[in-house]
Write a protein that binds this ligand. Structure first.
Ligand code: FAD
Length: 566
C-alpha cells in the first residue's frame, strides 16, 4: 500500500475541518485535508439561517456575552459545560468579523451595522446572516483562504479507520473513491471533523453524506462518545420531503398553526411561543398531530402570509422556493406544511475544551463530530456554525502545540495494520448473496425513527437495541451489486452503513441508560429532568458487541440549574 506522511491529517472539508487546517498550516506544518466530497459540497454549505454572535457596538444595547452564555446553557438544559459556552460567546464577535474580513459579507442594517434576527431561545437577537445562504458564503470564503496555504486536499477520498499504536495515533487509512486505491497517511495528529449523522433516521434534513463516519472511526479505535443519546429534531422540515425550512422563518415572524388555525405554541411556551427551543417546539408539533389537530398525513402549517411578499422574498427566498418545488405550495398565500425531522447531533467524540480526545494521544475532533460540550442536551439554532469556527480554530491551535511538543516520529511502518483496515472493509462486501446492504440500511433508519426518536421509552429502546444487534450481525453477510473498481459508490455506502450501525448501537444503549428527560432526550417513562441523579455527561465506549457506559461531571461555572420555562 502506498504511504504518505504529514504532520497532521484533517478528515473533513466542512467549516470545522477547514478552520483547523487553516490554523495548522498557518503555523508552518504540513497538513492534508481528506474529504469524501469536494469541500464546498460539505453539509456546512446547506446552512441558511445564520450564525450567532455578540458583536460589541453591533448588538442590542442590553445584550452582553453573559446573556449569550446563559441562553446557550439554558437552551442545552444545563448539560452544557459552562466554561466552553463562555468561550463560545466571548469569541463569537471576533470570529464572525474575521470571516467578514476574509470576504463573507453579512447583511446590513440601514445604518451600516451588521443585521441581526432572532433565533429560538435567544434573550436578544444575535443571529447574523448572509441572505439565506450563510453556510455557503462562510464555506467558500474559508475554502479560498485555506487553499492559499500549504494544505494538500484529497477530495473524494474516503477515510476508513485510524491506525493506533499503544493508544497513540499512528496514521489513518483512506481510499481514493474514483479508483478504490488505498493509501496509508502516516501522521501523529488526526482531527476528525466529519460532521453529523442524519442518515441514521428515516426523516432528516441532513445531506446524503451525513452518515456519522467519524463516530464509527473513533469508536472502533477505542475513543469514547460523549452524550450520544442527544439527537436534535428540527420542528420545521417540509412535508413530505424533509427539506429544511430554516428557523429564520420563525425568526422573521412565521407562525405555527394546527388544522383549526390555532397558534398552538401558546399552550407549550406562552412567552417565547414559536421561538422556543427546538426540542420543545418539535414535541409540541408531534403532540398536536397525535391529539388529532394536525393535517391529514401528519403535519402542521407554518404561516408566513402576514409578512408580505416583498419582505418574504428578501429574507426567506429559499423557504418559498422549497415550498413551491417540493410541496407545490405558494408560501405567499398559504401555510407551508411542516413536521419535525432529525437535524443535528449534540453528542459526539469526547473532547476537552481544546478538542483533544482523552483516550487516544494525537486524536482531536471539532465541529458537529465533536462533543465539547457546548450544546448540552439541545443546541440553539445558529450556534453550530459558530461552534465549527470557534472550536475549529481552538482545536487547530491545540494541534500546533501538540506537534511542537512531540517532535519524535513513530518509527514503525504499520504496513500490517493498514492492510488489515483494508481487508476488514473488503470483508464487508465480499458476499455474492445474502442481504443487500440497502435492506439493512432501510431497517436501521426505521428502527431509529420509531424507537430512538422524539419520544422514547424503555420498551422501545430495548426493541431498538435488539434490532440493531441483529443488523450488526447481518453486515458480515451483506453484498453490494456493483463489483467494479471505478467510482463504486455502493461500496462506500456499505462502509458508511458499518459506521451508522456502530453509532446507532451506542445511541440506543445510552438513551436506555439515561432515566430522565432532558432537552432533546425525552423519556415518556421518566418525563422529568432529574438533576440529583443525571446532571452528568454520558461517556460511552464500544467494546465489540457491548457498550460500556460511564459518566463525567458537567462543568458549572456561574449558572446553577433552574427550571427551563419559555
Ligand atoms: C439543512 C441544514 C441547515 C442548517 N442551518 C444552520 C444554520 O443556519 N446555522 C447553524 O449554526 N447551523 C446550521 N446547521 C448545522 C450546521 O450547518 C452543521 O452542524 C455544521 O455546518 C457542521 O459542520 P462540520 O464542519 O462539523 O461538518 P460538515 O460541514 O458536515 O463537513 C463534514 C466533512 O466531513 C467529510 N467526511 C465525512 N465522512 C468522511 C469520510 N469517511 N472520509 C472522508 N471525509 C469524510 C465530508 O466530506 C465533509 O467535508 C444546519 C444543518 C443543516 C443540515
Amino acid at each position: 500500500m502506498e504511504k504518505i506522511e504529514y504532520d497532521a491529517v484533517v478528515i473533513g472539508g466542512g467549516l470545522a475541518g477547514l478552520m483547523s487546517a487553516h490554523e495548522i498550516a498557518s503555523a508552518g506544518f504540513k497538513v492534508a485535508v481528506i474529504s469524501k466530497v469536494f469541500p464546498t459540497r460539505s453539509h456546512s454549505a446547506a446552512a441558511e439561517g445564520g450564525i450567532a454572535a455578540y458583536i460589541p457596538g453591533n448588538s442590542d444595547p442590553n445584550d452582553n456575552p453573559d446573556y449569550m452564555t446563559y441562553d446557550t446553557v439554558k437552551g442545552g438544559d444545563y448539560l452544557v459545560d459552562q466554561d466552553a459556552a463562555e468561550l463560545l460567546s466571548n469569541k463569537s464577535g471576533e470570529i464572525v468579523m474575521l470571516l467578514e474580513r476574509w470576504g463573507a459579507l453579512f447583511n446590513r442594517q440601514p445604518d451600516g451595522r451588521v443585521a441581526v434576527r432572532y433565533f429560538g431561545g435567544q434573550t436578544y437577537p444575535r443571529t447574523r446572516f448572509v441572505g439565506d445562504k450563510t453556510g455557503m458564503a462562510l464555506l467558500h470564503t474559508l475554502f479560498e483562504r485555506t487553499s492559499g496555504l500549504n494544505v494538500d486536499f484529497y477530495n473524494e477520498w474516503f477515510s476508513l479507520d485510524l491506525v493506533t499504536d499503544d493508544k497513540k495515533v499512528a496514521g489513518i487509512v483512506a481510499m481514493q473513491m474514483k479508483t478504490l486505491t488505498p493509501f496509508f497517511f502516516k501522521t501523529k495528529a488526526v482531527v476528525l471533523a466529519t460532521g453529523g449523522m442524519g442518515m441514521l433516521y428515516r426523516h432528516t434534513t441532513n445531506s446524503y453524506i451525513n452518515t456519522g463516519d467519524g463516530f464509527g472511526i473513533a469508536l472502533r479505535a477505542g475513543a469514547a462518545l460523549k452524550d450520544p443519546e442527544f439527537v436534535q429534531f428540527h420542528p420545521t422540515a417540509l412535508y413530505p420531503s424533509d427539506v429544511l425550512i430554516s428557523e429564520a422563518a420563525r425568526g422573521e415572524g412565521a407562525i405555527l398553526k394546527n388544522i383549526k388555525g390555532e397558534r398552538f405554541m401558546t399552550r407549550y411556551a406562552p412567552k417565547k411561543l414559536d421561538l422556543a427551543p427546538r426540542d420543545i417546539v418539535s414535541r409540541a408539533i408531534i403532540t398536536e398531530i397525535k391529539e388529532g389537530r394536525g393535517f391529514p398525513g401528519g403535519y402542521v402549517g407554518l404561516d408566513l402570509t402576514h409578512l408580505g411578499e416583498e419582505y418574504i422574498k428578501e429574507r426567506l427566498a429559499l423557504a418559498v422556493e422549497a415550498a413551491k418545488s417540493f410541496a407545490g405550495v405558494d408560501a405567499f398565500t398559504e401555510p407551508i406544511p411542516v413536521r419535525p425531522a432529525q437535524h443535528y447531533y449534540m453528542g459526539g467524540i469526547d473532547v476537552d475544551i481544546e478538542g483533544r480526545n482523552p483516550d487516544i494521544v494525537g486524536l482531536f475532533s471539532a465541529g458537529e463530530a465533536a462533543c465539547v460540550s457546548v450544546h448540552g442536551a439541545n443546541r440553539l439554532g445558529s450556534n453550530s456554525l459558530l461552534d465549527t469556527l470557534v472550536f475549529g480554530q481552538v482545536t487547530g491551535r491545540a494541534v500546533v502545540q501538540f506537534l511542537k511538543s512531540n517532535s519524535s516520529n513513530p518509527t514503525s511502518n504499520y504496513e500490517k495494520e493498514a492492510e488489515k483496515v483494508v481487508d476488514d472493509a473488503y470483508k464487508l462486501v465480499k458476499s455474492e448473496s445474502g442481504v443487500h446492504f440497502g435492506q439493512i440500511l432501510e431497517k436501521l433508519r426505521d428502527t431509529m425513527w420509531d424507537y430512538v426518536g422524539i419520544y422514547r421509552d424503555e420498551g422501545g429502546l430495548l426493541n431498538a437495541m435488539s434490532e440493531i444487534n441483529k443488523l450488526r450481525g447481518m453486515i458480515s453477510n451483506m453484498y453490494v451489486t456493483d463489483k467494479s473498481k471505478v467510482y463504486n459508490t455502493e461500496f462506500f455506502n456499505a462502509l458508511e452503513l458499518r459506521n451508522m450501525l456502530d453509532l446507532a448501537f451506542v445511541i440506543a444503549k445510552s438513551a436506555l441508560e439515561r432515566k430522565e428527560s432532558r432537552g432533546a432526550h425525552y423519556r415518556t417513562d421518566y418525563p422529568d429532568r432529574d438533576d440529583n441523579n443525571w446532571l452528568k455527561h454520558t461517556i460511552a465506549y464500544l467494546r465489540g458487541n457491548t457498550v460500556e457506559v460511564t459518566f463525567k461531571p458537567v462543568k458549572i461555572t456561574r449558572w446553577k440549574p433552574e427550571p427551563r420555562v419559555y
